[in-house]
Structure formats: C-alpha cells, structure tokens
Design a protein around this ligand. Structure first.
Ligand SMILES: [Zn+2]
Length: 169
C-alpha cells in the first residue's frame, strides 16, 4: 500500500511529456460510482500509473489500480463477500469524440475536460469496469425471495388510519 494520497487533479500533458510515474492511493469513499456497488466504503485503492506518449504522439496512461478485500454483495445469499479487484489501465487521453473514434482498439478513450485530469473519476471508472460480473461465496444458500413472510408482517395496515377516522363520528 502506498503512503501518499493522490492529488485530485493532475496535468496529464505535463506528466505525459515528462514520462512520469505516479503512485499513491485514493480513499474508497471518494469513488462514489464504485461505492454504489459496494457494501462498505472503507478502504483505499492503490494506484500506480505511467504517463507517456505513444508512437503517434498520443498521451497515454497505463498501469494498475487495485483494492484488496472490498465488500460486494454475494449474488447468491446477498451477504457481503470480500474480493480483490485489479484494474489494468490502458487509456489514451482524447479531447473530443472524433479523436476517440480514431483510437486503436487497444486503448480506452478518456475524454479530457478542462485540461485537468480528475484522478477520482479516472480511478472510479477503472474500478467499476473491473467489478466481476459474478461473485459468490463457495458455500452459501440462496437468499429468501423478496416479499417473504418477514417483510409482509412488518408492513403497516394502510386502512388502520381510515378506520379510526370513520369511527370518530
Ligand atoms: Zn453468499
């Protein structure tokens, strides 16, 4: 785990021209999109990214974003299950849709707005892309269907209030 928190905004052009590597972490709770898939927002995502330019002079970001023991919902019992997620980034920074369309298939386009690279958005996006489609415990049972006895019993009777009103006169 890296010691330093990544700055929220970086200047990607400067980093790519200088062929810089950055390392650090992003708090899970800052990644609102990714957290919407999780049962807990406690933890940190480790980030190691290399900025460079490819042969066509495109600004490129490669590297890894990873998180250990993140809590997602088991698709069988719906309880939390801890998994590791690793994102393998291969992004080309583009300034418009036209540039994005022309990219070789190996790159994921990242549309840069306002010249600044929002690290939270970039890492958030990368982590969401790498959530496993199916995750479940090796030994659990299927959750009770929604609308089981418990939930029905807890429902208040919608006619109770009405009954009281009618009895007043
Ligand atoms: Zn389970």
């Amino acid at each position: 785990m890296f010691e330093t928190e990544l700055p929220r905004f970086l200047d990607p052009r400067k980093l790519c021209d200088g062929q810089q590597t950055i390392t650090g972490y992003v708090e899970l709770s800052m990644l609102t999109g990714f957290c919407s898939y999780l049962q807990s927002d406690q933890g940190k995502v480790s980030v190691e990214l290399h900025f460079a330019r490819d042969n066509a002079h495109r600004p490129i970001i490669t590297g890894h974003t990873s998180v250990k023991n993140v809590q997602i919902s088991c698709q069988r019992c719906l309880d939390a299950i801890g998994i590791d997620i690793i994102g393998d980034m291969n992004v080309a920074i583009v300034l418009n849709e036209e540039q994005a369309d022309k990219l070789p298939a190996e790159y994921d386009p990242w549309l840069l707005e306002d010249k600044k690279l929002d690290m939270r958005e970039l890492v958030d996006h990368e982590m969401i892309l790498n959530i496993p489609i199916v995750a479940y415990h090796s030994d659990c049972e299927v959750a009770v269907e929604y609308g089981s006895k418990e939930t029905v019993q807890e429902k208040p009777n919608p006619f109770k209030g009405l009954e009281a009103l009618l009895q007043k006169d």
